[in-house]
Design a protein around this ligand. Structure first.
Ligand SMILES: *[C@@H]1O[C@H](CO)[C@@H](O)[C@H](O)[C@H]1NC(C)=O
Ligand SMILES: *[C@@H]1O[C@H](CO)[C@@H](O)[C@H](O)[C@H]1NC(C)=O
Ligand SMILES: *[C@@H]1O[C@H](CO)[C@@H](O)[C@H](O)[C@H]1NC(C)=O
Ligand SMILES: *[C@@H]1O[C@H](CO)[C@@H](O)[C@H](O)[C@H]1NC(C)=O
Length: 362
């Protein structure tokens, strides 16, 4: 007789078969011709470049990498993989996007794409100066250097094709507001929040033009997260250490305003031969923070590392306590999401990835 319990092993085998065949088909799960993935920006997408830079903004020690292969701290500011790693894997390029400054990258690793990102940076050049990290303009210089290396290895025509068929992702801006504009008096004495937004958006525009001058095709620009909900921002703006620790909504509304203006800038630059996509992370992250339990989280207002109130970079270190289960936390440290959160963000962006690949015959 057919019963639920006797059918379970079959269901399990069936699921197992599917998940195995799915992982086998990881190479090009659907027919796309994206050659590589190039990443620019800050700690949300830095896979370890700051390991090679003299700066206190590093994440190459435990508990960073807590849920990575062999618990390896790579320089990623999370317990595991970043959105860009999930994306590279989804389009069938590779499992992890390595940092460009790693001196040991093989030609194959270089050719399938790297991250030029640097934790602590921003579109405002002064932001990177404050943290001693790689400015966006320098990331663009590294991209040119990269191009020259590839050209020397495979020839000009192939190098050109590789760049033009690559997916480029940019994620920055939070540090401009949180570290620079709010954290120091320098920009505030010169710009109000509206004119500072305009100032940043001009840099965004120049950066995209710089990439296009190097032959970039598809570009995705990530917007700002709800910055008033970052645990460290809550700590410093609301003064609450315990209890409900509500988001500072006034700051998140700055992010929303900037995102709205950013979308206009991107729409003006967009064209069908060099598409520019806006990647919204505000909504998915905000949903997770407002209704954590719907996503399987139990804590959204402090990080998993240490007290979760202020620890990030060197303050989240081998001496810090670590929560029992990082996947129950939206944030791993007081600024950066957990791998579980990054995975949800990736899933929220997946329909856009599918649409882009389909619409532009990639
Ligand atoms: C994938 O795309 C290539 C190039 O457009 C085409 O030749 C090939 O038939 C496609 N394969 C499948 C399975 O759709
Ligand atoms: C590069 O590889 C060499 C030889 O395997 C090794 O000694 C060195 O530590 C590696 N460097 C980095 C930064 O991984
Ligand atoms: C911000 O500064 C700009 C010019 O610097 C000025 O036109 C605008 O009125 C200011 N906005 C606010 C809200 O003060
Ligand atoms: C699209 O933008 C690129 C880069 O600015 C430019 O070279 C190209 O001519 C534009 N194409 C169209 C169809 O407008």
């Amino acid at each position: 007789m057919w019963s639920l319990s006797s059918s379970l092993p079959f269901v399990l085998r069936f699921l197992l078969f599917f998940s195995i065949s799915e992982s086998k088909n990881l190479k090009r799960p659907f027919n796309n011709s994206i050659s590589a993935i190039f990443v620019f920006g800050d700690s949300t997408v830095d896979s370890g470049n700051n390991n090679y830079v003299i700066t206190p903004f590093k994440g190459n020690f435990p508990p960073y990498g807590w849920d990575f292969v062999d618990r390896t701290p790579t320089g990623r500011f999370s317990d595991g993989r970043l959105v860009t790693d999930f994306m590279a894997s989804y389009v069938g390029i590779k499992e992890y996007v390595p940092p460009y400054l790693d001196p040991n990258l093989s030609l194959d690793e270089l050719m399938t794409g790297v991250s030029f990102a640097s934790a602590g940076t921003g579109f405002d050049p002064f932001t990177a100066r404050l943290s001693g990290v790689i400015p966006m303009q320098k990331q663009l210089k590294y991209f040119k250097e990269y191009k020259a290396k590839i050209k020397a290895a495979i020839g000009e025509e192939k190098a050109k094709a590789l760049i033009s068929k690559a997916a480029i992702l940019i994620s920055a801006g939070t540090n401009d507001f949180v570290i620079n504009y709010l954290g120091t008096p320098f920009r505030r004495s010169k710009y109000n929040i509206t004119s500072y937004e305009q100032f940043l958006l001009q840099h965004v525009q120049h950066f995209i033009q710089g990439l296009r001058a190097e032959g970039a095709g598809l570009i995705a620009m990530v917007g700002l997260p709800p910055i008033g909900c970052l645990p460290i921002v809550i700590t410093f703006t609301s003064g609450h250490s315990y209890g409900r620790r509500p988001c500072t909504d006034g700051l998140s509304s700055v992010a929303l305003d900037y995102n709205r203006k950013l979308q206009h800038v991107l729409a003006d630059l967009h064209n069908s031969s060099s598409p520019i996509i806006y990647a919204d992370i505000y909504r998915p992250l905000n949903d997770m923070i407002r209704k954590p339990s719907q996503f399987g989280f139990d804590t959204a207002n402090r990080g998993c590392c240490g007290s979760g109130l202020v620890e990030t970079t060197f303050l989240c270190n081998p001496a810090s306590s670590v929560c029992d289960n990082p996947s129950k936390y939206v944030f791993f440290d007081s600024v950066h999401p957990t791998q579980a959160t990054y995975n949800y963000i990736f899933k929220a962006l997946r329909p856009s990835i599918d649409r882009v690949i389909k619409n532009y015959n990639l």
